[in-house]
Design a protein around this ligand. Sequence first.
Ligand code: ADP
Ligand code: MG
Length: 367
Amino acid sequence: MAKRKLNGDSEEVKAAIEDLKRKAAANDSEDAEDMYDDEEKLPEESDIAVKSFEDRINDTVPLGNVGDLINETTEELEEQQRYEEEMEAEERRQRREMRRRSRMNELREERNSGRVEETEESAPPRKRKNKNYKPDDDVIIELSGVSKSYVKGVPALNDVNLKIRKGEFVFIVGESGSGKSTLVRLLLRELKPTTGSIWVNKYRVEKLRRWQIPKLRRSMGVVFQDFRLLKDRNVYENVAFAQRIVQTPIREMKRNVPNILATVGLAGKYKARPDELSGGEQQRVALARALVNKPPILLADEPTGNLDPKNTIEIMNLLDTINKNGTTVLVVTHNDKIVNDMQKRVITIKNGVVVSDEEMGGYIDED
Ligand code: ADP
Ligand code: MG
């Protein structure tokens, strides 16, 4: 049977397109009624972009560069998944091979030394990992023997062990390239560790299935050095966006968004667009977006990297307040002055290794 060819100019297709446009317009105006009263009409193109972005991340707050995420195709994701699976299989194979070799060596040595077979009593106790291990109740993040190599044999993180308790404020410091962002990306399951285990909020992060990842990410608010706001949306919409993704009822959203904007000191600026705001204000918007869904953990990767000293102090004080209100806060930075002033727990990473971990610590000056 011959396939029916669709002609772009045909009346049938034109009618269908018109129909779709009408439906889209009807949806828009329904939505608009629910929005903030003086909501401006938004450009169609950005609506489409945001929609597919929502589809893509489904129910988490924006994590990567918005444009990049939109462009990332399903094939690329599948490719990455396949690659990860192959790497895992290869690692399993290597571990099996190593175990086999060491058993062979043991046997050979036994034979050479004429030793008799080990009895139950003489056998050394086997070290065995407890598969049912779970962090203590008050531990919200735990890493155990975590290493990550992007390139085989070159670890960006090397055997990291750490525990972060609920309600803590922790600085992660270290020079550029030491592995700080890798740590953040592992917590978000943007990456999987090469070895080791990670728990966040009781989730065994590296074991999560793909469909479980949004649940993990919803338990963490994230802010970055470059703010990552939606440039063609106003302050209110940038924050409301995070609520829409988790399908917060409009009524609640209309309460939550102004509340969190007031908390970050931006109540009066809800109509401004990102390019009308200072860097400090943009980071406050990003913080409001990260916090509006009330995640138990806030991750901030170099949040003051683009800010002047005055705004840096203000953002840090805000993070302190957020922490005092109960959120566990992790701040990645290399601003030594701030770290020294704030007297919080400081974990220092050097070349992928945790080299110090101090309560009320300071930035280690290498000179
Ligand atoms: P930091 O955030 O402390 O500056 P990163 O975690 O970004 O450090 O990087 C740690 C190391 O891993 C660096 O040597 C960096 O070059 C390398 N690295 C980071 N991301 C990638 C990547 N996607 N592919 C290959 N190497 C990477
Ligand atoms: Mg970094």
